[in-house]
Design a binder for this molecule. Structure first.
Ligand SMILES: [Mn+2]
Length: 318
């Protein structure tokens, strides 16, 4: 059996779209919200299964990966999150680069020599790699309108993946994948699926308008902390709100805190755009934290831990 495991954000979905446009096949899809990253832990596999893993940290999934390899499955692993030491195994092939200027879809784009670059541009915008997205788009000679459509689609797909559970999301990520994978160009997808595109755009704009009214809990030239209310829109918009804040104030680090279903908080951290470092280290110091150098998060921070987190955040970036 073929099993495709991917993060439910723009980067994870667009990485798989590129691979399956190149080599179409039936597969079992395994995904979740942006923060459901332990996707290998309970994945049932059999001898000779072909497992593709996209855009989830190898470090976090180390145990699950070992079990899957032990069971006799072959694994192709593409990612840009913290990996730790990459295991050597005859059935494991990896394409991993934790540089903060790449994302999984850009890695797949390189592998496929730019065959479906518009999907990689979309994903790079979604992962807030604006410069890299624009750079790659140059070679495609897109009109301004088409480029801005790819940017908005990427941002909307990324936005759609946040949320405490799949039910917080406008569309389940596997459903979006199935709707999009038939299109070699995301621009064709947009043309044919205005219902999906407009619903994502409207949701994004409504949620963002609410978020932008939120006053900073704490802010200085170097750091800003925002606490959002306990509502579904706040869970959905938390990550992209962090990106918008980061783009508006490139020299400031940002933390966006929102409530989760466990009666605590989830946190999104964005390092300053001019120094994309340390977010992964900061978040990994807390249980359930992790991510990339430039963008990281904590899935569950108890109410009592919040002051300690804010102190650690301010110390890191002051
Ligand atoms: Mn990614």
């Amino acid at each position: 059996m073929r099993i495709d495991v991917f993060n439910g954000d723009a980067d994870g979905i667009c990485a798989l779209i590129q691979l399956r446009l190149d080599k179409p096949c039936e597969s079992k899809l395994v995904t979740g919200t942006k923060r459901d990253i332990l996707l290998l832990e309970k994945l049932p596999v059999e001898n000779d299964d072909e497992v593709t893993v996209l855009d989830i940290s190898l470090e976090t999934n180390r145990q699950g990966l070992a079990r899957i390899l032990d069971a006799g499955a072959h694994v192709f692993y593409v990612d840009h999150h913290q990996s730790g030491a990459i295991p050597m195994h005859s059935r494991l092939t990896t394409l991993i680069d934790i540089n903060s200027n790449v994302c999984t879809s850009l890695l797949v784009n390189g592998l496929l020599r730019g065959k479906y670059s518009e999907w990689a541009v979309t994903a790079a915008f979604g992962d807030n790699l604006t410069q890299q997205a624009q750079q790659l788009a140059l070679s495609l000679k897109l009109s301004d309108a088409d480029l801005s459509n790819l940017k908005e689609l990427g941002q909307c797909l990324n936005y759609n993946s946040y949320g405490g559970t799949i039910s917080d999301l406008h569309f389940a990520p596997d459903l979006l994948y199935r709707e999009m994978v038939g299109y070699p160009s995301p621009l064709e997808f947009i043309k044919d699926n205005q219902y999906i595109y407009q619903k994502l755009l409207a949701g994004y704009q409504d949620d963002m308008a609410q978020a932008l009214k939120t006053k900073a809990e704490f802010s200085s030239n170097l750091v800003g902390v925002y606490i959002l209310p306990d509502e579904a829109w706040a869970r959905r918009v938390s990550g992209v709100f962090g990106n918008v804040l980061a783009n508006q104030n490139p020299s400031r680090a940002h933390a966006v805190v929102s409530y989760n279903a466990q009666g605590g908080f989830q946190v999104s951290v964005r390092a300053p755009q001019i120094n994309k470092n340390g977010a992964d280290e900061l978040c990994s110091a807390f249980p359930t934290g992790g991510g990339r150098k430039s963008a990281a998060g904590i899935n569950h921070l108890s109410v009592e831990q919040l002051p300690a987190f804010i102190r650690a955040f301010a110390e890191k970036y002051n």
